[in-house]
Design a protein around this ligand. Structure first.
Ligand SMILES: C[S@@+](CC[C@H](N)C(=O)[O-])C[C@H]1O[C@@H](n2cnc3c(N)ncnc32)[C@H](O)[C@@H]1O
Length: 232
């Protein structure tokens, strides 16, 4: 386990991301591209915000993360789920650079949502994804195309919340705290280290042994993020 910026982030991350429309739209794309794919590995699962809708839809999900605070919230989320859902949802400690031994292979999908930007060895992670997929299985990876414009993301999000009547005192307080930590995350060159343009990521995945791109765009987070889904 590692103590890093995600320890400070965990609680506000969980509150804010579950409210952010740009995050919700990305989760909707992950749900679209995992449809019918039974066993999903959620690598760098954070607080379980992507794992949860997957297990609720009937998938079997194994999620893992190496930060204790993020993982603690994922475990709490898993523990609060109904028994039938809990049985299909495993949450483990582990590093995305070497998937933990408790993660079975032959997966139908590996999700790496907003994780690669934090690792200096993205190809090692993508190789692990490839090795844990069955033929035809997909990797879904999303993240920043460049050092993100945080102000743009927050201004757009707040405008949407206001338009929807959701910009209440609780959201304002959580946003103020979260924006502060996020500012450090996006400006410190040792925190965000890996960025991809969608086409370059498709080329990288092809070189690593993936065969067929099913989705590749740079539309998420108001044009700040890439989204790539590619089959083994
Ligand atoms: C922005 S959060 C994304 C969490 C989750 N995937 C989601 O979509 O909500 C990044 C997560 O990646 C995890 N992470 C970063 N590097 C990791 C590594 N080497 N091994 C495991 N998890 C890692 C962090 O602990 C954090 O929980």
């Amino acid at each position: 386990m590692v103590d890093n910026i995600w320890t400070e982030f965990a609680r506000s991350y969980d509150v804010i991301c579950s409210q952010l429309n740009c995050y919700r739209r990305m989760v909707a794309k992950i749900l679209r591209d995992t449809e019918g794919r039974k066993y999903v590995i959620d690598a760098g699962c954070g607080t379980g915000l992507v794992s949860q809708p997957l297990v609720e839809r009937g998938h079997t999900v194994v999620g893992f993360d190496n930060n204790p605070a993020m993982l603690g919230l994922a475990l709490a989320r898993q523990a609060a789920a109904p028994e039938e859902v809990r049985r299909r949802w495993k949450v483990l400690e582990g590093d995305v650079r070497t998937f933990p031994a408790g993660v079975p292979g032959e997966a139908d999908a590996v999700v790496l949502n907003n994780v690669l930007f934090y690792v200096r060895e993205p190809e090692a992670v993508l190789r692990q994804a490839l090795e844990h997929l069955k033929p035809g299985g997909v990797v879904i990876t999303a993240g920043p195309r460049q050092r993100p414009d945080l102000r743009k993301v927050m201004e757009n999000s707040i405008a949407e919340w206001k338009a929807e009547g959701r910009w209440d005192a609780a959201l304002q307080a959580a946003t103020a705290y979260h924006a502060d930590v996020t500012r450090r995350l996006v400006t410190d060159p040792n925190e965000m280290v890996t960025f991809f343009q969608p086409d370059a990521l498709v080329d990288t995945l092809r070189r690593l042994g993936f065969s067929r791109p099913l989705a590749a765009d740079g539309n998420d987070y108001y044009g700040e993020n890439y989204y790539v889904c590619m089959a083994r």
